[in-house]
Design a binder for this molecule. Structure first.
Ligand code: PLP
Length: 404
């Protein structure tokens, strides 16, 4: 299969309908691909019923569609077993699930290691755990360009460490985390590893087996799938060792007035009616993504991001955040223009049809590390083209002229 950005764009109905839109906010949410939209529509029109409850034909068809989606997700992640895939409402819910189911067994004196580059979703749940259980949080320091400083891993991942929870890629700098040394350090002290894959899954299939982590979390909406669904993948043994987080229908073995026993994973962690059509849509999106020519897609988005980074370097008064070498990062580019508020810059860019996000990007500890309140962020997907970079650069020139 040979890749063309214009052809790829054709798989995204919203973009096909908005010819003048330069959508560069893909780190916030990717556009919904036709494969997902078609699967959702077809499911809702032909197989809508609750799952794992009914014995009539329609309900069995809904069950089959839901479990097929689980297999599609497992295939994208190279998971050993589809039952290692837990559907949640998103990355945030997946991380909170681990923070409760795994974290609530921890005791004062135990440690959880994070980095200062985490999204609040992988920061606040651990602070809340600290308040509940008295665990200590240790923070992996950062190098000046925002990458995790792994030289100090042994200092942070101590024999008291029970879990290391780090981002697979930063939503601000795009810096990709080298998980192998982190997994090795955690294994050496018997700690588990959770990777926040919210910014990684949309850039190609993930191999959780090769990564060697215990838990992997991501959201459907960032992977060109629907909102309201996400995934917690957990190694079979790691999931089996956890108690449930939420109680309710579907997650039980047997309920008596005296006690309740739990269903095995993944159902143990899917209390209540799950996001059924959303899971079906996510499965279809990932199935479609899995068949894409990723080497070409990567080369294309890296070329666009590199061109932007190069052009930004030539602008007066511009501060760039993150590693400059595209081999160390994903196509997410954050920067500030001297004296201009990111929100004001975004408003001017909007007048040029450019959709980018400005602000702290739910990563205030990282912003503090860089000594800024916020930043403008352009994030690329394979449907972006040179014209999107041109429009962004023209908008920035306009912002510098009109806001200065
Ligand atoms: N982690 C990272 C790195 C993110 O970029 C995001 C969203 O921006 C999240 C977690 C939270 O994802 P969600 O809001 O879909 O739960």
């Amino acid at each position: 299969m040979s890749f063309s950005a214009a052809k790829w764009r054709g798989h995204f109905p919203l973009l096909a309908a908005h010819h003048d839109l330069h959508y560069l906010d893909n780190a916030a949410t990717g556009q919904l691909c036709a494969a997902a939209l078609d699967a959702i529509t077809s499911h809702e029109l032909t197989h809508r019923a609750n799952v794992l409850r009914g014995t009539y034909r329609l309900a069995e068809q809904a069950d089959a569609a839901y479990e097929n989606a689980r297999r599609q997700v497992a295939a994208y992640l190279n998971a050993a077993d589809a039952d290692e895939v837990v559907f949640t409402s998103g990355t945030t819910a997946a991380i909170n699930l681990v923070a409760h189911a795994f974290g609530d067994a921890l005791k004062p004196g135990d440690e959880v290691a994070l980095s200062l580059a985490e999204h609040h979703s992988n920061f606040v749940p651990w602070q809340m755990l600290r308040a509940r259980r008295g665990v200590a949080l240790r923070f992996l320091p950062l190098m000046p360009d925002g990458r995790l400083d792994l030289a100090r891993l042994d200092e942070i991942v101590t024999p008291r460490c029970r879990l290391v929870a780090v981002t697979h890629a930063s939503n601000v700098t795009g810096a990709a985390t080298d998980l192998a040394p982190i997994v090795a350090a955690a294994r050496a002290v018997g700690a588990r590893v959770l990777a926040d894959g919210a910014q990684a899954v949309q850039h190609g299939p993930v191999n959780v087996e090769a990564l060697g982590v215990d838990f992997y979390a991501f959201s459907g909406h960032k992977a060109f799938g629907p909102n309201g669904v996400g995934v917690l993948w957990g190694k079979g043994a790691a999931l089996a060792a956890l108690p449930p987080f939420l109680g309710g229908g579907g997650m039980i073995g047997r309920v008596t007035p005296g006690e309740t026993t739990w269903a095995p994973p993944p159902r143990r962690f899917e209390a209540g009616t799950p996001p059924i059509a959303q899971a079906v849509g996510l499965g279809a999106a990932l199935d479609w993504l899995r068949a894409q020519p990723w080497a070409e897609l990567h080369a294309h988005t890296a070329r666009l991001a590199q061109r932007l980074v190069g052009a930004l370097a030539a602008l007066p008064g511009l501060t760039f955040i993150g590693p400059r070498d595209m081999r160390q990062r994903l196509p997410i580019v954050s920067f500030n223009l001297d004296g201009l508020h990111p929100h004001d810059v975004c408003q001017v860019l909007d007048r040029h049809g450019v959709a980018v996000r400005g602000g702290h990007h739910c990563a205030q500890p990282l912003m503090e590390f860089f000594g800024v309140q916020g930043a403008v962020r352009a994030s690329f997907a394979p449907y972006n083209e040179e014209g999107d970079v041109d429009a962004l650069l023209a908008g920035l020139q306009d912002a510098m002229r009109t806001l200065a």
